[in-house]
Design a protein around this ligand. Structure first.
Ligand SMILES: *Cc1c(COP(=O)(O)O)cnc(C)c1O
Ligand SMILES: [Zn+2]
Length: 418
């Protein structure tokens, strides 16, 4: 595999200290898939579903040949991430307005978000090249994931966390795994810019989505969904977009599957942003050629509260390749979708619910047809971002009832069994 600049196509020797080409372009990993026997590989992926305590029991490393074939096994740092459920209910499909929706619950990952799919690969790569000071700037889930894998790898995690608009329980989770936390005044975008500029000088291995190894790992989300659906994927893939790493990775993974012949048609990708943090959607909707950053991004969905998404060029190319679309949704629409996902028993954090809210909006406006099918990526766990939940339920205080252990005093709340 090679590291190639997405702007000038120059090959760059090693990603250890470098996340950009000398021309300033972002780097991406390009594999040489020549000579791959797809039927053989399909069989190997199938067999590995029975593995338990080996790296291949992971829902990411199961697809090692398509992600990081050169990595010697002993450097793999895994918590058997991936292996997440795929769900479909009639009520949620009806709400989205299509024939059937599948929800891929990346919320079931060990640290509670899809960030684990990519982080296991980034941290394994860091081990491989002998770096043990890992860093990221994060709205919460990236830092929790990094902190978890760094602890496993016995490396140090330095987490740059904005001092506002982040979720308390994500911060607490990160501290609990033992990361060093550096609070700074500013937002996610300021933190990432700092790390891009000074990470190498400080000897830090940067684990944000500018790290191309994370993107390779996140491809596994679509690999796993495709395998679970017997390589028949829905017509639409709907994903929330913040830094746009997930959208980029899905597109890259789909492209791999299509070029190799695992799937016979390319689905379309819909990227959903929150209205208060939607620079990518604005650029696409207004047919602009360059992304204009949102200087004061704001949304209740903290994981998408990003005004200057680093991967916008990659995501734009992905959108063109898949004939995809973008849409933005309000915080109220996000919360309405979240209530339904939570009550269906699947549950997710607000940012994840944006996928369903966006899908609904796209069917109402006839961009997506009611006879089509969709796969929504649920990015984070119901126990993340619980500030939103406490606000919701604090407004609804229920009085406590008195229990009498001698006889039943009330019956009104329950359905009579007779
Ligand atoms: C990171 C994150 C997102 C946004 O993903 P990007 O790759 O940054 O676009 C959405 N939802 C959750 C829960 C996240 O953690
Ligand atoms: Zn370049």
């Amino acid at each position: 595999m090679k590291l190639i600049c997405i702007d000038c196509s120059e090959q760059v020797p090693d990603a250890a200290f470098q996340y950009h080409c000398s021309c300033g372009g972002m780097l991406e990993i390009v594999h040489d898939f020549h000579g791959i026997d797809v039927e053989l590989l399909r069989g190997i992926f199938e067999k590995r579903l029975a593995e338990r305590m080996t790296p291949y029991a992971s829902g990411v490393w199961r697809y090692k040949e398509l992600i990081f074939p050169e990595l010697p096994e002993r450097f793999i740092t895994t918590r058997y991430e991936g292996n997440t459920g795929l769900y479909s209910t009639e009520a949620l499909s009806a709400y989205g307005g299509v024939r059937r929706i599948w929800f891929k619950a990346q919320s079931e990952n060990p640290s509670g978000s899809f960030k684990d799919n990519g982080m296991t690969v980034a941290v394994s790569h860091a081990c491989f090249i002998g770096m043990n000071q890992l860093a990221c700037s994060s709205t919460g889930n990236t830092s929790a994931s990094l902190a978890m894998y760094a602890a496993l790898a016995k490396s140090k995690a330095y987490v740059f966390v904005p001092d506002r608009q982040i979720s308390a329980n994500k911060v607490l989770q990160t501290l609990a795994y033992g990361a060093e936390m550096l609070r700074f005044s500013g937002n996610y975008d300021d933190g990432i810019r700092f790390l891009e500029r000074f990470g190498a000088e400080l000897g830090l291995y940067v684990c944000n989505s500018i790290n191309p190894y994370r993107i390779e790992g996140q491809k596994s989300i679509i690999f796993e969904a495709a395998q679970m659906l017997k390589w028949q994927i829905p017509e639409w893939i709907v994903v929330p977009g913040g830094a746009l790493s997930n959208a980029t990775a899905l597109g890259k993974g789909l492209n791999d599957l299509f070029t190799l012949g695992f799937i016979d048609k390319l689905p379309k990708v819909a990227v959903v942003q929150a209205e208060g943090a939607s620079p990518f959607h604005r650029m696409i909707a207004n047919q602009e050629t360059k992304l204009r950053p949102e200087l004061n991004p704001h949304t209740i969905a903290s994981a998408m509260n990003i005004g200057n998404p680093p991967s916008w060029k990659k995501a734009k190319r992905m959108l063109a390749q898949t004939c995809g679309v973008t849409v933005s949704v309000s915080d109220a629409e996000i919360l309405a979708a979240k209530v339904l996902i939570d009550r269906s028993g699947i549950g997710c954090e607000p940012a994840s619910a944006a996928a369903l809210a966006g899908l609904r909006k796209l069917t109402i406006s006839h961009v997506i047809d009611k006879d089509e099918t969709a796969l929504c990526i649920l990015t984070g766990h119901i126990l993340k971002d619980t500030e939103v939940l406490s606000k919701h339920f604090d407004q609804d205080p229920r009085p406590s009832i008195q229990l009498n252990l001698h006889h039943v005093q009330f019956t009104g709340c329950f359905q009579n069994p007779n």
